[in-house]
Ligand binder design. Sequence first.
Ligand code: TLP
Length: 359
Amino acid sequence: MSYPFSAPVDLRSDTVTKPTEGMRRAMAAAEVGDDVYDEDPTVHRLQERVAELLGKEAALYVPSGTMSNQIAVRVHTQPGDEILVEASCHIYNYEAGGPAVLSHVMCRPIPGRYGVLDVDDFEGMIRPTNEHYAQTRLVCLENTHNRGGGRIFPLANIERICAWAHEHGLRTHLDGARLFNAVVATGVAACEYARHFDTVSVCFSKGLGAPVGSALAGPRELIARARRIRKVFGGGMRQAGVIAAAALYALEHHIERLHEDHENAQRLARVIDEIDGLVLDPPDVHTNIIWFEVHPTVATAAEVAERARQRHVLLGVGGPQTLRACTHLDVTREMIDYAGQVLREVMAELAATRAKVRG
Ligand code: TLP
């Protein structure tokens, strides 16, 4: 098959998108100032817009989703506290031990069902007030859930968990790196999800297609403290309006289109589901992330990814048998069909090779 596109079909993550022409124009035209002096008008506009979308008093622009989450953990806790997290969540697994390093807190992981928890899962999780124990302080949830396969955290579960947490004097934080994927898929407004949490983090550099940046939203007083912590973490930025302009552009132009990514993910998942030796896990795809397993009698995930790469299709390898494909702004429906065809061919080749080896 001759390769028909000008760039690889990069399905490793939705973080790989390049700014569009319109976004680059918005960046070039951005009015800027020194944001450490709190003088960048574009950053101000972005922060106000995010606060408005999430129904919070204030928001803070930060360099990454990791920093946004870690600032939240720090703002809500004291050293020696414990935070309750879902076992496969980003904060616990993919932020380089941030809670331990930056906030000196312990994480108590609670296994969910593809990342989703309900209030019963928290039973017995608050430690008694006694000098032997860490103080339970914070509950963190993730929506959509990355390792859970882009799963949408049901609003009813969020309501129950956050009401329970607040009744027991705990704070709540939402890692909403892909909150807008949940919003577009369900029709539930961002502020409807956000209102149950004390703080909410959203990312502009995932499905929304901006080159960089995230925001943490919450009550004014907490966000003022978050601003100080951002400085400690080295995240104070100067003429950040150049990148904030991309985020503002993304909020205006790239939310509604997320449904195209979801349709493309469904389309690819249907193909994967039909290929011998590949199994979707989770079996149903809610948004733009597909996790799937390679049957160990056929190949390893790394072998499949390498053969796909040779045909210009890039996949994420998440474990010995585990692959991830994310759809995004830079992947068209034609590219998805091409990727599906490549996966069919690669798996047929690998199965034939194995059969030959076994004789
Ligand atoms: N996730 C990345 C990798 O770090 C795994 C990806 O490719 O999906 N929360 C969630 C739910 C995320 O998926 C990510 C990024 C982050 C936070 C962190 O965002 P950044 O990369 O901006 O620090």
